[in-house]
Design a protein around this ligand. Sequence first.
Ligand SMILES: [Mn+2]
Length: 291
Amino acid sequence: MPAAPNNFLGLPKELSEYRTANVAILPLPYEATTSYAKGTKRGPAALIKASQQVEFYDEELDVEPCQVGIATLPAPAITRMSPPKAVARMQKACAKLLKDDKFVIGLGGEHTVTVPLVRAMSDKHRNLWVVQLDAHSDLRDSYHGTPYSHASAMARVTEHANLIGLGIRSGIVGERQNLRAPSWIYYAHEMLENPNWQNEVFNRLGDHVYLTIDLDFFNPAEVPGVGTPEPGGFGWYMALDFLRRLFAEREVVGCDVVELLPLKGSTVSDFFAARLVYKLIGYKFFLDKQK
Ligand SMILES: [Mn+2]
């Protein structure tokens, strides 16, 4: 028997050809500045491998979202580059996909990969908003000597876009005051105490949104395979409830799922991440627009 194609979902040729695909999966196995556990560079490959066990059928949407066509790109050759060079190379790769009108989903790698993706997206979409699901604010201006640290990803992002950070439960003193208006941070404990947080977010959020999901947003009991786990966190259904509304009420122009750190002996996090990426594709193309 021929081996299954090594692309997202293991799709046959007619559903994974670049020319006709609406979605481009861009693996970014970049890991240069991780400060705790190592291994996020193996994230994209583990996610793609796990995706080959995901069913094509989405029972919630009652469709096969993969029918829109999903091309899996080769990873850009960035492993030996300095951070500024690697960031420039990733931005170029993303810009090419946007020029070809693909809906880009970046797979990390450490959270730094969001910087080049947002730079490419903000060249195309003025007044871009970034929605960040993450345990960490990532707002240090630089960390361990580099402005391209994973701990500085959102500091760089706010140079190009407005930001709404959700689920944050690890940060630095003064970060909320230093955030340039109209950006916002929602700490996890505040979201738990405020049943109206979603409405507040949607009252503030602009029309064009780039979505970045750091898997440590989720409870580490549910997603243990992350570089920097934080106690607390949110669950699958809570996230889907928010994401469904985000895709229905706003124009999501691109996304990434980052910081997957594949663990020996457990595929839970890899499969969770793969299913999450497929949910994003389903919500992007198969929800009725409301607004
Ligand atoms: Mn994080």
